[in-house]
Design a protein around this ligand. Structure first.
Ligand SMILES: Cc1cc2nc3c(=O)[nH]c(=O)nc-3n(C[C@H](O)[C@H](O)[C@H](O)COP(=O)(O)OP(=O)(O)OC[C@H]3O[C@@H](n4cnc5c(N)ncnc54)[C@H](O)[C@@H]3O)c2cc1C
Length: 410
């Protein structure tokens, strides 16, 4: 079978579904090929920060969001203390976050794209990019053992950390950029409505403090999502055994969570987190990369869903302009906009995670932070990338100053 569309998208996760939604809403013919059949299990902490809430609302899901599990901020546990840090009150962002299992979230958002007019083929794996004189003009996919040839004016890779298709486009992750490894499980727990993203900063491999954190997020359906993530910025990270790290994190959690072998309801599942804009440039002849395929996870907190939605939305705008006005087969404007939007913050983030790769520095930083609620509130705004150009309070001025500082060569 063969199909011809304006835009063909590889993957129906957050970035692919958002790109499809915003393109179809502008009247373009869009095809999403997704290898799995939704609802499907997806390894994730299921945490949605105010950045993700914003784009979900823009995609018309505001009423739906009201029914999901709400959290008012971060409750941090470290150095023998607990600090409750509500999300900042800012005009640009909601002052709450949400928890929604990806199994349900991704299905809902992909359905929004379909409602907007995108065609979605599930159970359809994209195998091979098609090039015409160096320009990507489509791909070959496989569905029920049959080949599907898709021709498109633009191809978007939203394949996440799978990398197979993106590498065919000549793009790969820069190995000197930070990468995360994380693992999670669901447990039945009486704390299913705790009202906070819980973060445990004391993650250790033997005596050494690791750059990372453990989390427990309340799902609200009788379960919690508990897991742990670490960064590739310390020496022994290749030897880290995620399953063992998870076991020791779960064992160390306070009794009130009631997370144990008795209450576990899923196997531990882990994955890689491509961070800081590590697949660059995210455009080329006939194609754009969005979300994890472009390595767009925030290196400071491991959040990737919002960046998938945002880069999907930005890509949609550039492709829309190209389709309406006619332009060269490459869209450097997309890369420029990502550079402008995320560049200074991600540079700051990369510097930050490099420093916390030193266990001594990491411990000192945590102990200093936990001694002051205002420092940690600032850290929440900073690590969550909750900048607001309309606000000029002390935190926001500090945020802008640090971003400027990150531009100064070391
Ligand atoms: C353990 C863990 C916990 C995390 N916790 C959080 C969290 O709490 N909050 C947060 O914001 N982020 C979290 N992240 C990061 C987040 O999961 C990702 O950043 C996010 O899923 C990126 O969305 P995406 O659409 O770019 O990629 P994905 O969500 O990976 O979607 C890619 C889609 O493409 C499909 N696909 C792949 N290859 C093909 C192909 N060849 N053909 C067709 N389809 C294909 C896949 O089936 C998949 O559905 C976590 C990650 C991990 C590993």
């Amino acid at each position: 079978m063969s199909t011809e569309v304006d835009v063909a998208i590889v993957g129906g996760g957050p970035s692919g579904a958002a790109a499809a939604h915003f393109l179809a809403s502008r009247g373009h013919s869009v095809l999403v090929c997704e290898k799995k059949t939704f609802p499907r299990e997806k390894t994730c902490g299921d945490g949605l920060t105010p950045r993700a809430v914003k784009v979900l609302a823009e995609m018309g899901l505001q009423d739906e969001l009201e029914t999901w599990e709400h959290v008012r901020g971060l409750r941090v546990h470290a150095a023998g203390k607990v600090l409750e840090l509500p999300f900042p009150q800012l005009p640009a962002w909601s002052d709450y976050g949400l928890v929604k299992p990806r199994k349900d979230l991704d299905k809902l958002v992909l359905e929004r794209a379909e409602t907007a007019g995108a065609k979605v083929l599930q159970g359809t794996e994209v195998k091979q990019a098609i090039f015409d004189r160096g320009v990507v003009t489509g791909f070959i996919a496989q569905r029920d053992g049959q080949k599907e040839t898709v021709s498109a004016k633009w191809v978007l890779s939203a394949e996440g950390a799978a990398t197979k298709f993106t590498r065919q486009l000549g793009r790969d992750r820069a190995l000197d950029y930070p990468m995360g490894l994380a693992i999670r499980q669901y447990f039945k727990s009486p704390m299913q409505h705790s009202g906070w993203f819980e973060a445990y900063l004391d993650v250790r491999s033997g005596p050494e403090a690791l750059p990372g954190y453990g989390w427990v997020f309340p799902v609200g359906d009788g379960t919690v999502n508990a897991g742990v993530g670490v960064l590739s910025t310390f020496g022994g990270w290749r030897d880290v055994n995620l399953n063992r790290l998870q076991e020791s994190f779960i064992r160390g959690l306070p009794a009130e969570w009631e997370v144990s072998h008795q209450t576990v309801c899923s196997k531990p599942r882990g994955g890689r987190l491509f961070m800081g804009g590590s697949v660059w440039p995210p455009h080329g002849p006939g194609f754009l990369l969005v979300g994890d395929a472009a390595g767009m996870i925030n290196p400071c907190n491991g959040e990737g869903i919002a960046y998938g939605y945002e880069t999907g939305r930005i890509a949609a705008r550039h492709v829309d302009e190209a389709l309406r006005n006619g332009s060269s087969p490459a869209l450097p404007g997309y890369t420029e906009e990502l550079k402008e939007t995320y560049g200074p913050y991600y540079r700051l983030g990369r510097r930050f995670v490099k420093r916390i790769g030193n266990p001594v520095f990491m411990e000192k930083l945590v102990s200093l932070g936990m001694s002051s609620k205002s420092i940690m509130s600032f850290a929440l705004t900073l690590l969550g990338n909750l900048e607001d150009s309309k606000s000029n309070n002390l935190q926001q001025r500090g945020f802008r100053f640090l971003k400027l500082l990150a531009e100064v060569k070391p």
